[in-house]
Design a protein around this ligand. Structure first.
Ligand SMILES: *Cc1c(COP(=O)(O)O)cnc(C)c1O
Length: 379
């Protein structure tokens, strides 16, 4: 028998209360029971997004929410600015291009954080730019970008700031109204502790005025139609009812813990993980690491794929390797959502044995000890 531990940056472990709720008989999505549930979900999403506005809900993976953000804010011929610093930043560009928008790019070396003055310079050089697309927590490199600083720049211009917050919502503070972020995209399978299949879009007042005029083609991901339905505690189309039921549980859990405590928990797990891997002589890949996951540079002489495979086969632990440009160069340990202190300790202890088995000598317990010291200091 092998116990399995899911420590990938999505999907993440599912909250037991959510699993149990999904096992209950399905309810009718046009009936009073669902409407009451959706009313509470709408409230919970507003708390999570820290916004007074409606948070839209779509049945799709997170990318559907990203596509919705593009097609509801832009019109043919619009200029857009895309910050590309990893696979998910690239995705913003790919979606824009699929709809005939040729964005201007700010390319950032993978593993580094964007300098916000580059955004200011680009907006100054081309005041016709209608939207800036950014990634908050870039899961492919483990970098947390400074969205607060970017927002300070963009909110002083007519452009919208549209942020992929799929691994930052419910992990770090993303107060969209206070910062002035115009569209914030979230997804269900990361910090929300439920399975994949729901995307969320928070939309500012400034963005809504633009949505009214947007002329890119859209049908399913129609912000106006979805808001109209939500105001009646309905969805425009048949929602993934079981996932909304699960979401109701996870939002209740987040609300009970309180956002500040949720952020503090992620910060603690991230600091412990970083302390653990650096105590083993490994290097962090991200210059400004996200608390959602830790990207670690693969030491010379070892195959990244062997680390991932040994953790899975010998220890039952699923982590992620690197994607595209950094394939073979990094591996990623996630600690978001339902992850806890024991997950960090189990993961590091298995990593120590894996590295030894693969010919990277390290002292058993060294990484775990460094992590434990952070965890016990945190009290
Ligand atoms: C997981 C993730 C996405 C969404 O990917 P989907 O597979 O469409 O859910 C987007 N951005 C980031 C930063 C992510 O981590």
């Amino acid at each position: 028998m092998k116990k399995r531990h899911l420590l990938a940056p999505g999907p993440t472990q599912v909250l037991p209360e959510a699993l149990l709720a999904m096992a209950r008989p399905i309810i009718y999505h046009r009936g009073p029971e669902y409407e009451a549930l959706l009313a509470r979900v709408r409230e919970g999403l507003k708390i999570l997004f820290q916004t007074k506005n409606e948070v839209l809900l779509f049945t799709s993976s997170g990318t559907g929410g990203m596509e919705g953000a593009v097609v509801n804010t832009l019109s043919p011929g619009d200029r857009a600015l895309v910050i590309r610093s990893g696979k998910f930043g690239e995705r913003w560009g790919e979606i824009c291009e699929a709809y005939g928008i040729q964005p201007q790019y700010i390319d950032v070396e993978w593993g580094r954080a964007v300098e916000s003055n580059l955004v200011a310079a680009a907006l100054k050089a081309d005041p016709s730019i209608k939207a800036v697309f950014a990634t908050h927590s870039e899961s492919s490199t483990g970098v947390l970008h400074d969205v607060e600083a970017i927002a300070r720049i963009v909110r002083a211009t007519p452009a919208l700031l549209i942020v992929d917050a799929i691994t930052s919502l419910g992990v770090v503070d993303v107060p969209m109204d206070a910062w002035g972020v115009d569209v914030v995209v979230g997804g269900s399978q990361k910090s929300l502790m439920i399975p994949p299949g729901l995307a969320f879009c928070g939309v500012s007042d400034k963005a809504w005025t633009v949505v009214e005029r947007s002329r890119l083609p859209k049908f399913y991901f129609n912000f106006k139609a979805e808001r109209k339905s939500l105001e009646k505690n309905q969805n425009a189309f048949t929602p993934a009812v079981s996932l909304v039921v699960a979401l109701h549980e996870s939002l209740a859990a987040i609300r009970a813990e309180g956002l500040p405590a949720v952020f503090a928990r992620h910060d603690r797990l991230a600091r412990a993980t970083r302390a653990g891997v650096t105590a083993l002589g490994l290097e962090l890949f991200a210059e400004r690491p996200t608390p959602a996951l830790t990207a670690v540079t693969v030491p010379p002489g070892i195959e990244a794929s062997a680390i991932v495979k040994t953790l899975r086969t010998a220890h039952g632990i699923t982590i992620s390797g690197g994607q595209t440009k950094v394939k073979g160069k990094i591996f990623r340990l996630a600690h978001l959502g339902y992850a806890d202190e024991s997950d960090v300790v189990v993961c590091l202890s298995a990593l120590e044995r894996t590295l030894n088995d693969l010919g990277y000598p390290c002292k058993l317990g060294e990484g775990v000890r460094a992590a434990q010291e952070v965890l016990s200091r945190a009290g």
